[in-house]
Write a protein that binds this ligand. Structure first.
Ligand SMILES: *Cc1c(COP(=O)(O)O)cnc(C)c1O
Length: 368
């Protein structure tokens, strides 16, 4: 166990929880469907290499955002690696050479990969735009474009996929979109006997629409223990506990103000703990004066005034014996209470994905 005494803030990551969440995902999708574990953005800040290693037995494929992440992932696991984002032209040769699966959005892009194949096959994930508007072949051209791509030399179609823009907030649209995608896949298979794998579901899809799993699902957030659909939270185990240490405890008289802008005024004498974490560490400044709380001794303590770059102040008047060096939990469990990253996200008007990926480089990672 690493000594954390001299850490001001750190993230404790429980790898067995990540495995539990992967097993939960696999139970949802059944044995016939492959789990693609999304480990982009440094494994949603949990550590790409550590997460990939710990999921080696559960995942069939790993998903990353770009070539650099694919190379990091390749150092630790032998699995197929799918690059979810578009490749830059300068990256194509290396992607083919290293055998990564590239996501492409057009026949032109596929043809460029074909040019780089040189005796090797370029493995392609053909993305269809069914409503995301970010990448992909337009749905109406799907069959003709995919057939043309299939005719290119040196190209192997690994899979055909789409992405869901509203899986966590518009079930009706999502169901209709998934039906359209299934229709394209069915027509494709009717005109071409090749065994195209198909995939559409991110975490919200795995939890809410698992009947549309096709051959592969692309789970990210749920592996880290947060459910995009809150009804499913109880089946997942949050893997990260974000902690900070009390660096000062001070008594403020009635009338004292706290932090930049003096947005908080003590109505009565307050005991205030200063914690060694701020927005530079990924505790969002948007949590200022939004009712955010931290856990100290398993009890909720209100964040006072604005979040600063390196420090936050919390009210510990209701606790006895709080001292410098005590641990505070910013999100995660302490005692019988728990703050979810999704709870902080809601208070900060953002999403759990951004809370995780915002955890800064200054935050030590400690693995259990
Ligand atoms: C990031 C990403 C995912 C993972 O989404 P989660 O909601 O975190 O499960 C899936 N598919 C694509 C295309 C992505 O970019």
């Amino acid at each position: 166990m690493i000594e954390t005494d001299n850490f001001r803030c750190w993230a404790e990551i429980d790898l067995s929880s990540i495995r539990h969440n992967a097993v939960t995902a696999r139970e949802r999708i059944g044995k016939e469907v492959t789990l693609l574990a999304v480990v982009k953005a440094n494994g949603y800040s949990h550590g790409l290499a550590r997460v990939a290693q710990c999921l080696a037995d559960e995942a069939g494929i790993f998903g990353v955002a770009n070539l650099e992440e694919a190379n990091t992932c390749r150092e630790v696991v032998p699995h197929p690696i799918l690059i979810l984002g578009p490749a830059l032209p300068a990256e194509r040769a290396e992607i083919v050479e290293r055998g990564f699966i590239a996501s492409v959005s057009s026949h032109e892009e596929a043809a460029e990969f074909s040019r780089h194949s040189r005796g090797q096959f370029a493995a392609l994930n053909l993305v269809l735009d069914t409503g995301m508007g970010r990448m992909g072949i337009a749905e109406r051209n799907a069959i003709t474009e995919i057939s043309a791509i299939a005719g290119l030399s040196g190209v192997e179609i690994h899979s055909v996929s789409t992405h869901l823009p509203s899986a966590d907030d518009d079930a009706e649209f999502t169901r209709e979109q998934l039906q359209r995608f299934a229709g394209v896949v069915q027509r494709l298979r009717a005109v071409d006997a090749r065994p195209y794998r198909a995939h559409a579901l991110p975490s919200a899809g795995v939890l809410g629409f698992s009947e549309h799993a096709h051959d592969i699902v692309r789970a990210g957030l749920m592996l880290y223990g947060i459910a995009p659909l809150a009804d499913h939270q109880s089946v997942l185990k949050p893997a990260m506990t974000f902690k900070a240490r009390i660096v000062l405890v001070r008594d403020l008289p009635a009338g004292a103000t706290v932090s930049y802008g003096r947005t908080f005024t003590a109505r009565s004498p307050r005991r205030v703990a200063t914690l060694g974490v701020g927005y530079a560490d990924g505790y969002p400044r948007a949590l200022s004066n939004r009712g955010a709380e931290v856990l100290i001794r398993g009890t909720r303590c209100a964040v006072l005034g604005r979040v600063t770059m390196d420090l936050i102040m919390v009210d510990v008047t209701h606790l006895t014996g709080v001292g410098v060096g005590d641990e505070a939990v910013l999100f995660g469990r302490q005692g019988s209470d728990e703050i979810l990253a999704s709870e902080l996200a809601t208070r900060a008007s953002t999403i759990a994905w951004e809370i995780f990926t915002g955890i800064g480089a200054r935050v030590h990672r400690v693995y259990h």
